[in-house]
Design a protein around this ligand. Structure first.
Ligand code: G3P
Length: 215
């Protein structure tokens, strides 16, 4: 089961704080879970070094452009070169057109990067899983950032999402996930992973939070 920690652009993950959070993830006993940290782009390089192979580091996004005359863009090739293992694509807070999703999926496949394409409804789960990413993540937008988790508010849609993917790729669930109970329910319903952001951001003792989550 994968536990993806999305640091988003929260202030508590700026600069060295993102690197420290990644380091922390590398030292928590994971008991069969695989922790994946998604620091902001500015902290990726240092985070990969800090992870030193103990935990995976994904980018929160990439730009659908080729290396070359593209000022200010982050290419998949740049991510690969610094040792990033995967990338989130089309996150609810950073949506991109289908054409760009396809571009990123094709290129990431060639580069050996894992891809998590985010969907906001079952129709998208079905559509994106047919593109064969590494995983599709279903996050109901209205629950993102809240204190009510998708697994407690809408457990049914996790089961429906797993069914919609039909084994074409991994299925992850996210939005409001904040506890070990959420992980257990998601797993029971067939999800191969969860995405967590605000609960980790809000936790004043991040070590304790991760320990309790993965206990
Ligand atoms: O990418 C994960 C995310 O969108 C879920 O956010 O704050 O509901 O855990 P949150």
């Amino acid at each position: 089961m994968f536990v993806i920690l999305n640091f988003k652009a929260y202030s508590s993950f700026e600069g060295v704080k993102a690197v420290n959070a990644v380091k922390l993830a590398g030292f928590i006993p994971t008991r069969g879970y695989s922790l994946v940290s998604c620091p902001p782009t500015s902290g990726l390089s240092e985070s990969v070094k800090a992870a030193s192979g103990k935990t995976l580091v994904f980018a929160q996004s990439a730009d659908a452009v080729e290396p070359g005359k593209n000022t200010g863009k982050t290419t998949l090739e740049q991510l690969k070169a610094i040792g990033v293992s995967g990338v989130l694509i089309n996150h609810s807070e950073n949506r991109i057109p289908l054409k760009q999703i396809l571009f990123l999926l094709n290129r990431a496949r060639k580069l050996g990067l894992k891809t998590v394409v985010c969907a906001r409804n079952l129709r998208e789960v079905r559509k994106f899983s047919s593109l064969h990413p590494w995983a599709v993540a279903f996050e109901p937008p209205q629950l993102i950032g809240g204190r009510i988790s998708v697994s407690s508010a809408q457990p049914r849609i996790i089961a429906d999402g797993v069914k919609a993917v039909g084994g074409k790729c991994l299925f992850f669930a996210g939005a409001g996930v904040n506890s070990r109970a959420d992980l257990i329910v998601s797993k029971k319903l067939g999800a191969s992973g969860v995405l967590i952001a605000s609960a980790f951001y809000r936790a004043s003792d991040k070590r304790r939070f991760l320990q309790k989550l993965l206990a």
